[in-house]
Ligand binder design. Structure first.
Ligand code: SF4
Length: 87
């Protein structure tokens, strides 16, 4: 059972929205995912899509993703996402 859980979480973690997408508010603020946008957890740098345009997407590489208890919905067992189950 533990082996099964490790496999499931590894597959889920590789497919998290926050690793591959940006969420942008109508005002141009940047978020790691839709869930973070709903909670108001914006990316600190760059501060908005206009700054990102000037700096380039490379500025996001290696950045810290804001996480919280809401992340268990994505990472526990099979995970969930905007499009349903991740795995
Ligand atoms: S809720 Fe957390 S784990 Fe899920 S995509 Fe957003 S930051 Fe990533």
């Amino acid at each position: 059972m533990i082996f099964f859980l490790k496999i499931s979480m590894k597959k889920t973690l590789n497919r998290l929205m926050c690793l591959n997408f940006l969420s942008i508010s109508p005002e141009g603020k940047l978020y790691d995912c839709d869930f973070n946008q709903a909670l108001g957890l914006s990316i600190d740098h760059p501060k908005d899509v206009f700054a990102l345009r000037k700096l380039g997407l490379e500025v996001l590489e290696g950045g810290t993703i804001k996480i919280g208890d809401h992340c268990y919905g994505c990472t526990a067992l099979f995970g969930t996402g905007c499009f349903g189950a991740l795995t």
